[in-house]
Design a protein around this ligand. Structure first.
Ligand code: FAD
Length: 493
């Protein structure tokens, strides 16, 4: 009789989307290889999901965190398909497919040619009432602005000001970026967030010229397959998390309320080395010892860390100082989402769009309002609408910390003034996401490369999440699956 090999002991730290997707991929790899694993997922909270939380409230499907994901990055859709959720994916309802931006206190349409910060069509941009005649002329002059000679990273604000002028930055790019990254564009890395712009300038000398020559409009047809550019699940993003949770619980152990506080590489004999030995020279270690908040310890052949970058920094600093330094340098912003349900009859604005973004120049107290039930129609009962109002971000952090009653009345006042919302809400839910949104500041990609390079000395350790090469749901899934594959290969003899 052949002896079965001892199962590999694998740990995943963090039970948000990234941690669950990592654990799921490890189970897939184990099944495909016919190699048993003993998998444990550690989550500090008493529930899984991290910043994703779906609730059902009186006929409303309420998202307190992420509400949809982009489909032209394939990893979200592919995971749903592998989980048997393809039939549950729903596309956006195109009836109201456009965005609004506030201009002198009134919502105006974002020109069709400026979707997702890519100026794919110039005509509608020039027709828009968002810009002054001078602003439009300055934008058109982009054609003649010489190519930047420096190869170094640049802020998104500097790039847009240089090529299109200040008005384009203040009136459109800043609020759109605020809606995605909750960030200050003066600090945001162009290379890490909009690499396409860098390529267009490098290859064509001008973005307008690039668009006219290539005709590579990033349309739904080109990218988003049959789901449209954005998709969600019929029961909310929580459905993806629940399905992942079921799969992970079926193949491994989930330990809730269990914070990991320390990580120590084991030496070649499988022992914890003496303190003096725990440094960068420890190349041939055989796994890791995790210490939990209650002081207990457990050893694993490989570990994937999916918690926030500064927390990973403190776990790896004794044996990967360079990575720890770069991880600690990644800043995070906090945001609050106030989700409300309303009778349509109580709202003066027709809400004929997916949402409204608000330039900092308008000096308002909210960043954006998403008309959630206009994007996905089954999110509110008939005759009602669900709004998600974003407050705080990197530029107004103090507002996200207001007490509930103040936040609620701030949002009520802003909705009244921006969209003519009156009457009593059907419900109001407040979610505060503290230090949840990593900020990709100038030099971000160099920091990520430094982290990868230092950690490459530890093939049985991987990190994953939204702090490195993309903040969205598909990026997190991709990062998770790559991390799972990395440690899996690191374990092969
Ligand atoms: C408000 C908001 C709205 C968003 N909207 C969208 C959207 O619409 N579409 C989109 O694509 N993306 C969106 N995103 C981005 C996306 O949702 C996130 O990037 C992604 O969900 C992050 O998942 P994660 O698992 O990497 O991190 P998290 O969700 O933060 O999970 C990390 C987990 O680790 C746990 N943990 C922390 N420390 C420890 C420890 N020491 N030991 C054990 N466990 C620990 C935490 O409790 C947490 O559960 C949004 C993000 C935010 C914050």
């Amino acid at each position: 009789m052949t002896e079965q090999p001892v199962p590999l002991r694998l740990a995943v730290v963090g039970g948000g989307l990234t941690g669950l997707a990592t654990a799921h991929r490890l189970l897939e790899l184990s099944a495909a290889a016919g190699r048993g694993i003993d998998l444990t997922l550690f989550e500090a909270n008493d529930h899984l999901g991290g910043v994703i939380a779906t609730k059902q409230i009186g006929g409303y499907t309420v998202e307190l965190g992420a509400d949809s994901f982009i489909t032209n990055k394939p990893w979200g859709v592919r995971l749903c398909e592998r989980l048997g959720l393809a039939d549950r994916l729903i596309p956006t309802d195109n009836t109201h497919r456009r965005s609004l931006v506030l201009r002198r206190g009134r919502p105006a349409t974002v020109p069709e040619g400026f979707q997702l910060l890519s100026p794919v069509k110039i005509g509608p941009v020039l027709m828009s009432r968002i810009f002054s005649p001078w602003g439009k002329l300055r934008m058109a002059l982009e054609y003649f602005v010489p190519r930047r000679k420096l190869q170094t990273d640049e802020s998104l604000a500097s790039f847009v000001r240089r090529r299109f002028g200040k008005e384009t930055l203040d009136r459109l790019v800043q609020p759109l970026v605020g809606g995605i990254y909750t960030s200050d564009p003066e600090k945001l890395s162009l290379r890490a967030t909009m690499p396409r712009f860098v390529e267009m300038e490098r290859d064509f000398g001008s973005l307008i010229r690039a668009l006219r020559s290539t005709k590579t409009v990033p349309s739904e047809k080109a990218s988003g397959a049959r789901y449209g550019l954005f998709a969600t699940l019929a029961g909310g993003i929580g459905e993806l998390l629940q399905t992942l949770e079921q799969r992970v619980r079926a193949g491994g152990e989930v330990r809730l309320g269990t914070r990991v506080t320390d990580l120590t590489p084991l030496n070649g004999n499988g022992h914890v080395p003496r303190a003096a030995q725990v440094d960068g020279s420890l190349h041939s270690h055989q796994g890791f010892q995790l210490t939990l908040a209650d002081g207990t310890q457990a050893t694993f052949d490989a570990v994937v860390l999916t918690i926030a970058a500064p927390q990973i920094s403190s776990l790896v600093r004794t044996f990967a100082a360079q990575a720890a330094g770069a991880l600690a340098a990644i800043e995070y912003a906090s945001t609050a989402i106030v989700v409300t349900g309303h009778k349509l009859a109580d709202i003066r604005h027709p809400l004929d769009a997916f949402g409204l973004v608000i330039p900092a120049a308008e000096k308002r107290k909210v960043l954006a309002v998403s008309f959630t039930s206009r994007k996905f129609p089954n999110r509110a009962p008939a005759g009602c609408v669900q709004l998600r109002t974003f407050v705080g971000g990197a530029m107004q952090p103090e507002l996200a910390e207001l007490p509930d009653h103040e936040l609620r009345s701030l949002v009520r006042g802003e909705l009244e003034s921006l969209l003519g919302v009156s009457g009593t809400e059907d419900f109001c839910e407040i979610a505060r996401w503290r230090k949840a949104m990593p900020q990709y500041h100038v030099g971000h990609l160099e920091r990520v490369e430094a982290i990868d390079q230092d950690l490459s000395r530890h093939p049985r350790l991987a990190i994953a999440g939204n702090a490195y090469r993309g903040v969205g749901i598909p990026d997190c899934i991709h990062s998770a699956e790559q991390a799972a594959e990395r440690v899996w290969h690191g374990l092969q003899p």
